[in-house]
Design a protein around this ligand. Structure first.
Ligand SMILES: Nc1ncnc2c1ncn2[C@@H]1O[C@H](COP(=O)(O)OP(=O)(O)OP(=O)(O)O)[C@@H](O)[C@H]1O
Ligand SMILES: *[C@@H]1O[C@H](CO)[C@@H](O)[C@H](O)[C@H]1NC(C)=O
Ligand SMILES: [Mg+2]
Length: 308
């Protein structure tokens, strides 16, 4: 009787397994880097971010094609709100993991959601370390995205630093295949100022190079009260491979976002609709209205108000 019930259960589980699709495993079937997919996505879906697109493509491709990386890949994405930082981290995940953001080897942490209470910091520290260790031992090719990095308590950052380092093995686990991506608005104002200066000087946006922003970024970050500490502590030990700047988006990029969003929602892209929407958004500098104050954020929701 018990055996029969057991058999029935196993059969039922088996059927459920088949119905709900195969179990995700940490192998090439589920984790397979698509270099051309990433290149194509960065070229066609990401607007106005020539520096970020180049840096991301080169570093991610180099890392994924390296059979024996010495340390995990650590990228820190910086810029004004709505410029594409979260979007780019999704594009990276989509071109590595078959199940994209739903992949069980991709972990997204948002400081205000996952670690909201200062009083619980000790608990968070052990929990986060256990999560990283546990997940990397299950799958070395794990990806960890930390959003709102500028709000992350220094103690918590210190607790993850050992995993970003060259250290070969930590308690028998190697972290060299893992990918860490930090997202923040830190340095966003400085990036905007440099971009605006290029525009005022009559130069092309595409003339801006990584080196024009790298120094500015690390300096601003050192001086910024809110985010100075985590940067300092990460820069000092050279744990971050690249600081990737995201430029403020211009009017024409907002139009591109709007048209792209209409297509994505199965609507016929309509220039007039998008223009009316864009005209209601806030741009800076106030007089010339060049750069979008919210980037392309909330466009997906705003759109419907303008569709007749
Ligand atoms: N450069 C861009 N190219 C194409 N689409 C973009 C771009 N920037 C933003 N978007 C669109 O706007 C949405 C919001 O952008 P995203 O969440 O990536 O901004 P963010 O930089 O992470 O902002 P925040 O700092 O507020 O988190 C994206 O889902 C995407 O649809
Ligand atoms: C992996 O990380 C998730 C959070 O994304 C956590 O809930 C889970 O417990 C971790 N797994 C292990 C084995 O530590
Ligand atoms: Mg974001």
């Amino acid at each position: 009787m018990i055996i029969e019930a057991g058999v029935a259960l196993v059969v039922a589980l088996g059927a459920f397994w088949t119905f709900s699709g195969e179990k995700e495993v940490c192998n090439e079937k589920w984790i397979n880097f698509n270099k051309y997919g990433l290149k194509n996505d960065l070229e066609t879906k990401l607007y106005g971010q020539h520096i970020a697109a180049e840096v991301i493509l080169k570093t991610v491709t180099g890392f994924m094609e390296n059979k024996n990386p010495k340390k995990p890949l650590v990228l820190s994405l910086h810029g004004w709100t709505g410029t594409g930082k979260t979007f780019v981290s999704q594009l990276i995940a989509e071109n590595i993991y078959k199940k994209k953001m739903k992949c069980s080897f991709v972990h997204l942490f948002s400081v205000t959601t996952h670690f909201p209470l200062k009083a619980h910091i000790d608990e968070y520290k052990t929990q986060l370390q256990e999560w990283i260790r546990g997940n990397v031992s299950i799958c070395p090719r794990s990806m960890f995205i930390f959003d709102e990095m500028d709000k992350m308590p220094l103690e918590l950052i210190d607790s993850i630093k050992p995993y970003l380092d060259f250290s070969d093995n930590l308690d028998g686990v190697s972290y060299r295949q893992a990918i860490f991506i930090f997202l923040s608005n830190a340095g966003g104002k400085m990036i905007n100022d440099v971009t605006m200066k290029f525009w005022r000087d009559g130069k092309e946006r595409e003339e801006i190079q990584l080196k024009d922003l790298e120094t500015v970024l690390s300096q601003s970050v050192f001086n910024n009260e809110d985010s100075g500490f985590w940067h300092t502590s990460l820069i000092d030990k050279k744990l971050v491979d690249f600081f990737v700047p995201f430029l403020p988006l211009e009017y024409k990029h907002v139009i591109q976002c709007g048209l792209g969003e209409m297509a994505r929602q199965g609507l016929t892209p309509d220039n007039n609709v998008i223009k009316r929407m864009a005209d209601d958004l806030i741009f800076f500098p106030k007089e010339e209205r060049v750069f979008s104050d919210q980037g392309c954020k909330l466009i997906a929701n705003k759109l419907h108000f303008y569709i007749p």
